[in-house]
Write a protein that binds this ligand. Structure first.
Ligand code: NAD
Length: 542
């Protein structure tokens, strides 16, 4: 077979479509939304070449209309999970040995399918499954997933090109082997792009994968599977199972061939998984790679010199877009006394200008529903608690209603206690808590931010004073993996702002970067000597 050092197409970020009234993309996505909404899809698991239907089904409903059913999915029993493991292992040899450019072509084709024929489908399914408005669906399900696939192909080729030096008479080479075993990808509800990327990034590097999507994302996960299949991903490379996460995980982590975990979700679950892997360590053939991106308590800090309208906009977008259900969403804010009143008034005016939370099908809705009843009840509890507590006030919003959809009004809590519970706990909803600091306590406030939360995912400082920016950048060095200056703390773009946090927020392996892909390979160094010595004696022996 012919050989070559192939150059992959240069990755560029997928342009975001506007969906403005009258645009063709708006018509296409609304038509697809109606088709899905009025349909009744039956989603199987995918194990090897089989579509597995166990008959143990669960309904799928849009969070903004939870009594309406758009389909069902089949859940696994232990035999199905074991079959997925066996299938991975049967598929491993052929996939691991396939030329890398063939793997690259599959995922580049998947990116083009999303950009073109599947764009309306992946966006409409995300609007229904996760209640994203069209802009949020577009930047996630279409653009970010396309970017992950294109940029990761480029990073993969850069990794393979990275080779050691060779001294005279020898040749050193590194081959980047996939892990010996299979990778387990567990994905969260909140980003269709993450759901696609966690199994795909490991598979791209030659690994076989078992993917367990979140129960709340299966409707859009099915579209990802359809895309990968049409792109030519061979059966058995990514096996997909749904159902009881504890049973599925116990079965997978008991396998001696378990070689890596690619997780995104909550901190508590990740810590338990890490512990379980540690307890099983004698079972495994290799030390499993563990990559996890988890929760956050992301901050915005305004300096007295910051432009008040800019701070308010960073809060309104950073805290409330996608109902605050981004791991990067601003949820604790520190405002200086001198400008806090003005900033708060701007934020209140923004909230009052949003429509009441509603369906994403109505494109004038900025805010839709939170993901499920558990999330709704948790948020309602914290809002009710703030109404009672002496050290907290509901400054804006504060109402909620789950009769039709899980709707929580965007809510601003102002507290006099910088360690108030909602300054420390990840709520994962459209609730932001504000603490007003005395302008003269700027430096102390930096220490406060650093010491307030176990997380270190994102954070933003807004200031027009360079000395203050420099001081904040240094003082807050360890409290955010992604740190923003004069911007909101959300909206990381693949290829531009590789994303991940430290402390309890995760292993910080930066999704959408070569660093992440390196976790899915085990390099083998090959040293070849051209003229091999025939005498053990070194000259110094005389
Ligand atoms: P979650 O932890 O409830 O679920 C995530 C996944 O873990 C799901 O597939 C779920 O079924 C599975 N799971 C739940 N319990 C499990 C168990 N005992 N064993 C194995 N798997 C289990 O999280 P979610 O509600 O889907 O997502 C929101 C969370 O994800 C937030 O904490 C958010 O901050 C975090 N998140 C982080 C990032 C990041 O990059 N840091 C990105 C997106 C989401």
């Amino acid at each position: 077979m012919g050989k070559g050092f192939f150059q992959v197409p240069t990755a560029i970020n997928e342009p975001i479509k506007s969906y403005a009234p009258g645009s063709s993309e708006r018509e296409a996505v609304l038509e697809q939304y109606k088709t899905y909404f009025n349909g009744n899809v039956d989603v199987p698991m995918y194990i090897g070449s089989k579509e597995v239907r166990t008959g143990n089904t669960k309904p799928m409903s849009p969070p903004h209309d939870h009594k309406h059913i758009v389909g069902t999915y089949h859940t696994a029993d232990q035999k199905n999970v074991q079959a997925a493991i066996n299938n991975c292992l049967e598929s491993r040899n052929a996939w691991a040995n396939l030329a890398w450019e063939q793997r690259a072509a599959i995922f580049l084709k998947a990116a083009e399918l999303i950009a073109g024929p599947y764009r309306a489908k992946i966006n409409a399914s995300t609007m229904i499954a996760q209640s994203k408005n069209i802009h949020q669906a577009e930047i996630d399900a279409a653009c970010e997933l396309i970017d992950f696939l294109r940029f990761n192909v480029e990073y993969m080729s850069q990794i393979y090109a990275e080779q050691p030096d060779s001294a005279e008479g020898i040749w050193n080479r590194v081959e980047y082997r996939p892990l010996e075993g299979f990778v387990y990808a567990i994905t969260p509800f909140n980003f269709t792009a993450i759901a696609g990327n966690l199994p795909a990034s490991a598979a791209m590097m030659g690994n076989v994968v078992i993917w367990k999507p979140s129960d709340s994302q299966i409707f859009s996960a099915k579209v990802i599977v359809d895309i990968f299949k049409e792109a030519g991903l061979p059966d058995g490379v990514i096996n997909v199972v749904y159902g009881d996460p504890v049973m599925i995980t116990n079965t997978i982590l008991a396998s001696s061939d378990f070689a890596g975990l690619h997780f995104t979700g909550s901190t508590h679950v990740f810590k338990e998984l890490w512990k379980q892997i540690g307890n099983n360590i004698h079972t495994y053939k290799t030390y499993p790679k563990i990559v996890g991106e988890t929760g956050g308590k992301d901050f915005i800090l305004a300096h007295p010199t910051a432009n008040t309208k800019q701070v308010a906009t960073a809060i309104s977008r950073g805290a409330f877009e996608f109902q605050g259900q981004k791991c990067s969403a601003a949820s604790r804010v520190y405002l200086p006394k001198s400008t806090s009143k003005e900033i708060l008034e701007f934020v209140k005016a923004d909230i009052e200008s949003f429509n009441k939370p509603g369906s994403p099908e109505d494109m004038s809705n900025f805010i839709t529903a939170v993901i499920h009843e558990g999330s709704f009840d948790k948020l309602a509890k914290y809002i009710n608690q703030a109404k009672e507590d002496k050290n907290a006030d509901i400054y804006a919003g504060g109402s909620f209603d789950k009769s039709k959809g899980y709707f929580i009004e965007p809510t601003v809590i102002v507290t006099t206690d910088p360690k108030y519970t909602t300054m420390e706990t990840e709520l994962f909803g459209p609730v932001v808590t504000i603490y007003v600091y005395d302008d003269k306590n700027w430096s102390e406030t930096l220490q406060l931010i650093d010491g307030t939360s176990e997380y270190a995912l994102t954070g933003a400082v807004l200031s027009n004073d360079r000395y203050a920016i420099e001081e904040a950048t240094k003082a807050l060095q360890n409290c955010a993996g992604n740190f923003y200056i004069n911007d909101k703390p959300t909206g990381a773009v693949v290829g531009q702002q590789p994303f991940g946090g430290a402390r309890a927020s995760g292993t910080n392996d930066k999704a959408g970067s070569a660093q992440n892909l390196l976790r899915w390979v085990s390099p083998r160094l090959i040293k070849e000597t051209f003229v091999t010595p025939v005498d053990y004696r070194y000259p110094f022996l005389g």
